[in-house]
Design a protein around this ligand. Structure first.
Ligand code: UDP
Length: 241
C-alpha cells in the first residue's frame, strides 16, 4: 500500500478494452471518452510509474464475430488486430494532446503507420517517460488482447496488470444478474480458478498465474480511475499469487 500520493508499482501494464473507448455508443470511438482516459493516463504517468497500455479492438471488430459470419477465423483475427491498431493510434494522439509523450507500437509490423513492437523499443520508450501503447495484441490469431496484456507484463517485468472493465472488481456472481453478489478486495490466482471466477480469459489468466503477475480489476467508468488504482485509493479487486 502507499501513502496515496504515489504509485505502489514502478511499472504496470494497463489493459484497456475497445469497449472502454466507445463511451455510451455501440461502436467505434467516443471522443470525450478517449480524452477522459488519455487525461487519466497522462496524470497516472505523473506518479513516477512507467505505463504500457495494451489496447483491445472490440469496439470495431472481434475475430469470433467475424468467424460467426463465415470469415475464416485466422483472417477474422487479423481484422481484429487491425482494429486494435486503430485504437492504439487514436490513443497515442489523445495522450500526446494531454502533454504526455506516447508511442504506439504495433505487434503486427506496419511501419508507415507506427513503430513495430519489440521488447527493446518498449523498454526504451518507458525509460524515456513515454506511455507505450502496445497494439496488435500478441500479433497472432487465436489470442486476445488480455493475453497480450499479460504477455507484455511478463516480458517487460511489469509489477501488475491493471485490467480496466465496466465493473469495479471481481464479484462472487455477476452483479448485473445477482443483486446479492459481493465484491472481493483480494483473491489469489488459485482461488479465482477454484471458484471459477472470470477475471480474464482462460489463456491470459493461466499466463498470469504461471508468472505470478498480480491482476488488478477496476472500473474505467469514472474519470481518474487509473490514477486512483495506482495510488491504491480506488475500488478494485487484487488477484495476487
Ligand atoms: N486479436 C488477435 N490476437 C491477439 C489479440 C487480438 O487475433 O493477440 C484479435 C481477435 O480477433 C480479437 C480482436 O483482435 O477478437 C480484438 O481484441 P480483443 O477481443 O481482445 O479486444 P477487447 O475485447 O479487449 O476490446
Amino acid at each position: 500500500m502507499t501513502d496515496g500520493r504515489k504509485s505502489e508499482w514502478k511499472r504496470v501494464v494497463v489493459k484497456l478494452s475497445g469497449e472502454a473507448l466507445m463511451g455510451g455508443g455501440q461502436h467505434g470511438l467516443d471522443a470525450p471518452t478517449l480524452e477522459r482516459i488519455a487525461r487519466d493516463l497522462a496524470s497516472a504517468a505523473e506518479l513516477d510509474v512507467e505505463i504500457a497500455v495494451v489496447v483491445g479492438g472490440g469496439n470495431f471488430f472481434r475475430g469470433i464475430q467475424g468467424a460467426d459470419k463465415g470469415i475464416e477465423r485466422a483472417r477474422a483475427d487479423s481484422i481484429g488486430m487491425l482494429a486494435t491498431v486503430m485504437n492504439g493510434l487514436a490513443l497515442e494522439q489523445a495522450i500526446e494532446m494531454q502533454g504526455r509523450p506516447a508511442r504506439a507500437l504495433s505487434s503486427v509490423p506496419m511501419p508507415s503507420l507506427c513503430e513495430s513492437y519489440s521488447r527493446r523499443a518498449a523498454l526504451h520508450h518507458l525509460h524515456k517517460g513515454r506511455v507505450v501503447i502496445s497494439a496488435g495484441g500478441t500479433g497472432n490469431p487465436f489470442f486476445t488482447t488480455d493475453t497480450g496484456a499479460v504477455l507484455r507484463a511478463a516480458e517487460l517485468s511489469a509489477d501488475a496488470v491493471l485490467k480496466a472493465t465496466q465493473v469495479d472488481g471481481v464479484y462472487t456472481a455477476d452483479p448485473k444478474r445477482d443483486p446479492s453478489a459481493t465484491r472481493y478486495d483480494v483473491l489469489t490466482h488459485d482461488e479465482a480458478i477454484a471458484k471459477n471466477l472470470a477475471v480474464m480469459d482462460t489463456a491470459a489468466f493461466a499466463l498470469a498465474r504461471e508468472n505470478r503477475i498480480p491482476v488488478v480489476v477496476f472500473s474505467i467508468q469514472q474519470g481518474g480511475a487509473i490514477t486512483a488504482t495506482l495510488r491504491g485509493v480506488g475500488r478494485a479487486t487484487r488477484v495476487v499469487p
